[in-house]
Ligand binder design. Structure first.
Ligand SMILES: [Zn+2]
Ligand SMILES: [Zn+2]
Length: 274
């Protein structure tokens, strides 16, 4: 087993179903040596996410001590571009993500990974019905996220496709879509981020494949970028969901190694030969 570390996971501190302790116990049972909890940063208008970062980190540090010798526990946060972490120094890592778009004219936020209706409202109200313009804005901000904050992991690079399985919000095969995604991908790669292959959307039944899409993974492989595998688990049952498939996908896309978090840093491990 090469995927022994996993950093992008949630708990009851935000929208997860299990407590950090339950997640850690399940991670031990699943064979992890390194396990991180990465709650969402606080989003005031939705009263969503980790409201008290200090108390959150305190709890994770206590668990880190308690579980020493059985599993290494890491304290992280998944920041949203619009809602960065308060104090990065007290964390072991940050997952940098983008879950919302803001209408600059009204200041209103639109969640892009909630119900599909909300994504359609965003497209129609902010982008005059032009779904590709919405996707372009999403990727532009994703690149800005990477450049400005240089997160340790760049979260679900093409999350904007979450509610587009039927390809009816915007056309993912359009050159405009692909060019916007690829341009942002290159900017993120040059910022030195580790990208994640995120199986969370698969576990929850939104997508048949992980983020990012195959053509993006192929470009990452060409660029020599580093990629890790994340479950984005919101419950214990999701901890290793789709990991075998993710490794297979990486190999097919041209990768020979995968970055695995081990004892406080990413280590490149060779993908097993078929
Ligand atoms: Zn996320
Ligand atoms: Zn997440």
């Amino acid at each position: 087993m090469i995927l022994t570390g996993s950093l992008h996971n949630h708990s009851t501190w935000c929208d997860g179903k299990n407590t950090p302790r339950e997640m850690i116990e399940a991670a031990i049972a699943a064979g992890f040596t390194d396990f991180g909890v990465s709650g969402h940063t606080y989003v005031p208008q939705d009263d969503f996410g980790v409201r008290d970062e200090e108390a959150y980190v305190r709890e994770l540090r206590a668990l880190q001590k308690e579980y020493a010798g059985r599993i290494r526990v890491w304290a992280g946060l998944e920041h949203d571009f619009y809602f960065p972490v308060e104090d990065r120094a007290r964390l072991d890592y940050v997952v940098g993500s983008l879950h919302e778009l803001r209408d600059e004219a009204t200041g209103r936020f639109y969640v892009i990974d909630g119900p599909k209706e909300d994504l359609l409202v965003c497209r129609d109200e902010c982008f005059g019905g032009d779904g590709l313009a919405m996707a372009e804005r999403f990727f532009e901000l994703t690149a800005e996220n990477a450049g400005t904050y240089r997160p340790d992991i760049l979260g679900h690079f093409d999350l904007i496709v979450k509610n587009n399985a039927a390809n009816d919000v915007f056309d993912e095969t359009s050159p405009r879509y692909r060019e916007a995604a690829l341009a942002a991908l290159r900017r993120c790669a040059s910022a030195g981020c580790v990208f994640e292959v995120n199986t969370g959307g698969m576990f929850r039944g939104y997508r048949a494949a992980p983020y990012p899409a195959r053509f993006l993974l192929e470009e990452l492989a060409r660029l020599g970028a580093r990629v890790t595998v994340s479950a984005d688990a919101h419950e214990t049952a999701a901890l290793r969901f789709g990991f075998g498939e993710a490794l297979e996908l990486l190999r097919e896309a041209g990768f020979s190694s995968v970055a695995v978090w081990e004892n406080g840093r990413f280590v490149d491990k060779r993908l097993p030969m078929v």
